[in-house]
Write a protein that binds this ligand. Sequence first.
Ligand code: PGA
Length: 251
Amino acid sequence: MAQKIVLGNWKMNLNLFQAEELLNDVDRLKKEVPKDVQIGVATPSIYLHSALNILTEGKVWVGSQNIYHEPNGAYTGEVSADMVNSLACHFTLIGHSERRQYFNENNEQLKAKVNLALENDLIPVFCCGESLEQRKSGDYLEVIKSQLEESLLHLDKGSVKGVVIAYEPIWAIGTGETASADQAQEVHQFIRSLLTQKYDAEVANLISILYGGSCNPTNASELFQQNDIDGGLIGGASLKATNFIEIAKSF
Ligand code: PGA
């Protein structure tokens, strides 16, 4: 069975003092999270070190929101997979729709990032999802299929077991409009069936597929009850520790 996972994506929010307060709150409340649920936070890279110092004992994964698609070199301002790994982080988000949209990240670069993450012992949390236009046109499953095929499904069976997938419909991110449990389950099941076709059912059932997009303490339990939804990637609601922990208790 896939591991239950709830990750917070802080995006570009909070100054150091606010970030440390939130980290301390998460650290204090983490004992309320059931043992079989893994939680984690993707903080801005500049706070990863603080996060790892505050969140001791391993119950909370710490990860970056991005890595660069080259291993190292003259790329001013960028952060490499090796740097993130050397801090002892657990994961990195890859291909968040905001990265695709505002920083023009393409599927080929995202494929390189997935490879670099795995080579550097980071779990790639690979994000995919369609725009409102694509949803309305009915093409959304095709969109998700090509995002996965072009950046993730080149991995062999052994490596793909080390990834987490996050389905995040763009129209639901930060909008307060959540995909219904049925809409989310349809896509999650589709992703699982792609994994079954490409690999096998055993591998497909091992890979956690998270839902992201205005997930909150009120709607999380209905989403997490769906067969193929193994947890969530939480933006806005992860900026308040009580909300974040409440979501992690919603299975
Ligand atoms: P949201 O963001 O929960 O604020 O909609 C989710 C995400 O972008 O990961």
